[in-house]
Write a protein that binds this ligand. Structure first.
Ligand code: UGA
Length: 433
C-alpha cells in the first residue's frame, strides 16, 4: 500500500520521499527493483526514478519540511485477535520528532481500530512534535480500499475517499490535496471524525467477507441439490442491484493480509465493548470450515488420502499476487497433511513466499506439469489463468489418477465432466439422464 501510494503520487508529479526502516527495501527500490510482485509497480517505479522527483530513504530526518506524511505501516494481529499498533506508534513518534514548517499533516492510512487516531496517535504526535493538532500540526485518518493485484488502478480510481479528523484545518488540507491529485471529477468524499473513518474501513472489509461467506454457504447447499450450481445462483442474485454482482465468487474461503486479520480485529474490538457481534464470528468460522470442506472433497473423491500424492495448484491467496499470507491454500494443505497425504505444490509467482510457510512439509513442482505428474488428485486453489489453459487429456496423461478438485470453479464444466474425475465446488450431482 505504501509503495503503490508513493508511486501514484510520483506519477502525478508530486515530490516524493519514501521512508522505510528496512534498509534492504530502500536499497532495492533505489535500484528500481520492487520488493513485491504487483501489477504495474515495476514500470511506475522506473518512471518515478527517471523523473528524479522520487527518493527513498531509511532516515526519518528526510521528512523535515514535508507537507503531508502518509503512514502506511502494517498493523499485524496479536494472539488475542486485536492489532499490534507498535509500528504505527513508533512511526508517529519518529515523524513527530522531525516535522517542520507550516501545518505539516500526518495521515494514517494503516488500518486501525476506532479510537486509535484520537486516543493513541494524537497524544504521541503532540508530545514529540511539541505542537497542537488542529493548531500547528494536522492529523487525519484516511483508510485505503485498494486490492492487491490492482493496487495502482485502485489508488488512481478509488470509489471513495474517507477522511476522518478532529479539526477542520486537517480535513481541508487533505481534501485540497486530493482535489489536486485527482482533478475533476473528484471521487466522492466522506468527511467524518476519526472513529467513524476507522470503523468504515473495518465495516467495509467485514461486509465483503460476509458476501463471500454467504455465497460459500449457498455453494455448500447447491452441492447437495441435483443439478445445483452456485454460479447461476450468484448471477441471478447479483443482478438485483440491492445485492450487486461482485464478491459472489464461491471458493475455498477468503485469505490475504486483510480480511482474516481485520475480521479478527473487529471481533476482538466488539468483545472489548461487549457489543453484539455473532455474525462476525459466524463469518470467521464459516471461512475456516470452507478449507476443511475442500480437503473433504479430495478425501471423498479418493476414498482415502493417506499415502497418496495430492498436488495443490496455486498458493497465492488470489491471482495477480505473490502473497500467501493467510491464504486458503495453506489451510487446505494443513488438512491434507493431517489426513496423511503427500502434498506437492506449484504456484507461478508465490513459490518463494510459500516456502517460508511450508518448508519441507511439502514437495515443490517447478511447473504445473511437474506438479501434477504422477499425482492421484489435484486441487485448484488459485485462479491463475495458466491453470485453465489445458484440456482434460493433459491431466489424464500426466496424473496417476485424474481426480481434479476445482475449488475456484476455474475449469469449463462442460469440457471436463465425464472426461476426468472432475469435482467442482458449488456444483451438485448431474441430473440423471
Ligand atoms: C481487500 C479489499 O478488497 C480492499 O478493498 C482493501 O483495501 C484490502 O482488503 C485491505 O484491507 O487492504 P485484498 O485483500 O487485496 O483486498 O483482496 P480481495 O480482492 O478483496 O480478496 C480477498 C480474498 O477474498 C481473496 O482470498 C479472494 O480470493 C477472496 N474472494 C474475493 C472470494 O473468495 N470470492 C470473491 O467473490 C471475492
Amino acid at each position: 500500500m505504501g509503495l503503490c501510494t508513493a508511486l501514484c503520487l510520483a506519477s502525478k508529479g508530486f515530490d516524493l520521499l519514501g521512508v522505510d526502516i528496512d534498509k534492504k527495501k530502500v536499497d532495492s527500490l533505489r535500484g528500481g527493483k520492487p520488493t513485491i510482485y504487483e501489477k504495474g509497480v515495476k514500470p511506475y517505479l522506473s518512471q518515478a526514478l527517471s523523473r528524479g522527483k522520487t527518493r527513498f530513504s531509511d532516515k526519518f530526518e528526510v521528512l523535515a519540511g514535508c507537507d503531508l506524511i502518509f503512514v502506511t505501516v502494517g498493523t499485524p494481529s496479536l494472539p488475542s485477535g486485536g492489532i499490534d499498533l507498535s509500528m504505527v506508534l513508533s512511526a508517529t513518534r519518529s515523524i513527530a520528532k522531525v516535522i517542520s514548517g507550516d501545518f505539516p499533516t500526518v495521515v494514517i492510512r494503516s488500518t486501525v481500530i476506532p479510537g486509535t487516531s484520537a486516543g493513541r496517535v494524537r497524544p504521541i504526535l503532540e508530545r514529540y512534535s511539541k505542537r497542537r493538532v488542529g493548531k500547528d500540526v494536522g492529523l487525519c485518518c484516511n483508510p485505503e480500499f485498494l486490492r492487491e493485484g490492482q493496487a495502482i488502478e485502485d489508488t488512481l480510481h478509488p470509489h471513495k475517499i474517507v477522511i476522518g479528523a478532529g479539526d477542520r484545518r486537517s480535513t481541508r488540507r487533505l481534501v485540497s490535496f486530493y482535489e489536486s491529485f485527482y482533478g475533476r471529477p473528484v471521487p466522492p468524499f466522506i468527511l467524518t471524525d476519526y472513529s467513524n473513518a476507522e470503523m468504515i474501513k473495518y465495516s467495509n472489509n467485514a461486509f465483503l467477507s460476509l458476501k463471500i461467506g454467504y455465497i460459500n454457504t449457498i455453494a455448500r447447499i447447491c452441492e447437495k441439490i441435483e443439478g445445483g450450481d452456485v454460479g447461476i445462483i450468484a448471477k441471478g442474485i447479483g443482478l438485483d442491484q440491492r445485492i450487486g454482482s461482485s464478491f459472489l465468487e464461491a471458493g475455498p474461503g477468503f485469505g490475504g493480509s486483510c480480511f482474516p486479520k481485520d475480521l479478527d480485529a473487529l471481533i476482538a474490538f466488539a468483545r472489548t465493548l461487549t457489543a453484539e457481534h455473532r455474525i462476525l464470528r459466524a463469518i470467521k468460522e464459516l471461512n475456516e470450515d470452507q478449507a476443511s470442506h475442500v480437503a473433504m472433497m479430495v478425501r471423498d473423491a479418493l476414498g482415502a488420502v493417506r499415502g497418496k500424492t495430492v498436488s495443490v495448484l496455486g498458493l497465492a491467496f488470489k491471482a495477480g499476487t505473490d502473497d500467501v499470507r493467510d491464504a486458503a491454500s495453506l489451510r487446505v494443505i494443513k488438512h491434507l497433511l493431517r489426513m496423511g497425504a503427500r502434498v506437492k505444490v506449484y504456484d507461478p509467482k508465490a513459490m518463494s513466499n510459500a516456502r517460508l510457510f511450508l518448508g519441507d512439509k511439502v514437495g515443490y513442482g517447478e511447473s504445473m506439469r511437474e506438479c501434477i505428474r504422477g499425482a492421484e488428485a489435484c486441487v485448484l486453489m488459485t485462479e491463475w489463468r495458466e491453470f485453465s489453459r489445458h484440456k482434460p487429456d493433459y491431466f489424464s496423461r500426466l496424473m496417476k489418477r485424474p481426480v481434479i478438485v476445482d475449488a475456484r470453479r476455474l475449469l469449463n464444466t462442460g469440457e471436463f465432466l465425464g472426461k476426468v474425475e472432475y469435482h467442482r465446488l458449488g456444483l451438485g450431482k448431474a441430473h440423471p439422464t
